[in-house]
Design a protein around this ligand. Structure first.
Ligand SMILES: [Zn+2]
Ligand SMILES: [Zn+2]
Length: 184
């Protein structure tokens, strides 16, 4: 599925009265993300587009997954994500008159394309970026790294014997055992 398919034509819909609603399912798709984020699976879900007096109100409930790094063990973490998109999108061009609207009045609002299309790509990208966890985990109970040797505790890492940690302590213990043996 290419980016072209992420543009939903709304010229006809814009001619309908305020309050009209159009619903559609998103075909499983992918987008290129910002912020060093990478998808671990396609984006899927459903959209509802409502006609407002000024433009359209877009409401989407989507699912996807991100390929991230576990904040505890630094291993790969596949993070399932529920993404809610709620955004008003205004026309760039008046659908009735063809007049170019002054977008500088509200520079931060999302806009339809010059062809009255709703471009889902920036909405998906922004929604995923806002929902991505700051400290993802590979699993909820990830035990992290061993404070002694830095190995992953989840990889069947056995607790260190005290003798392994400090050889001088081990030598001292051996000496004490010998001393005990001599007194018997
Ligand atoms: Zn982890
Ligand atoms: Zn260790």
């Amino acid at each position: 599925m290419g980016d072209e398919d992420l543009k939903i034509p709304l010229a006809g819909f814009l001619g309908e009265a305020a309050g009209s609603i159009r619903r559609f399912e998103l075909e499983p798709t992918t987008v290129t993300l910002d912020d060093d984020l990478a998808l671990a699976g396609p984006i899927s879900g459903a959209f509802e587009v409502s006609r407002t007096n000024r433009g359209v109100y877009v409401s989407g409930d989507l699912r996807t997954a991100l390929a991230m790094e576990c904040a505890r063990c630094l291993g790969p973490a596949t993070v399932p994500l529920d993404v809610a998109i709620r955004e008003e999108v205004l026309p760039r061009i008046d659908v009735a008159t063809g007049a170019i609207l002054d977008a500088s009045v509200e520079p931060n609002v999302a806009r339809l394309t010059d062809h009255h299309e709703l471009d889902l790509e920036p909405l998906l990208r922004e929604g995923i970026s806002l929902t991505a966890p700051i400290a993802p985990l590979c699993r909820p109970d990830c035990p992290g790294l061993c404070p002694e040797c830095g190995a992953r505790l989840a990889d069947g890492h056995e607790a260190h014997d005290a003798d392994d940690i400090d050889p001088r302590l081990a030598a001292l213990r051996g000496f004490q055992v010998d001393a005990d043996a001599q007194t018997e």
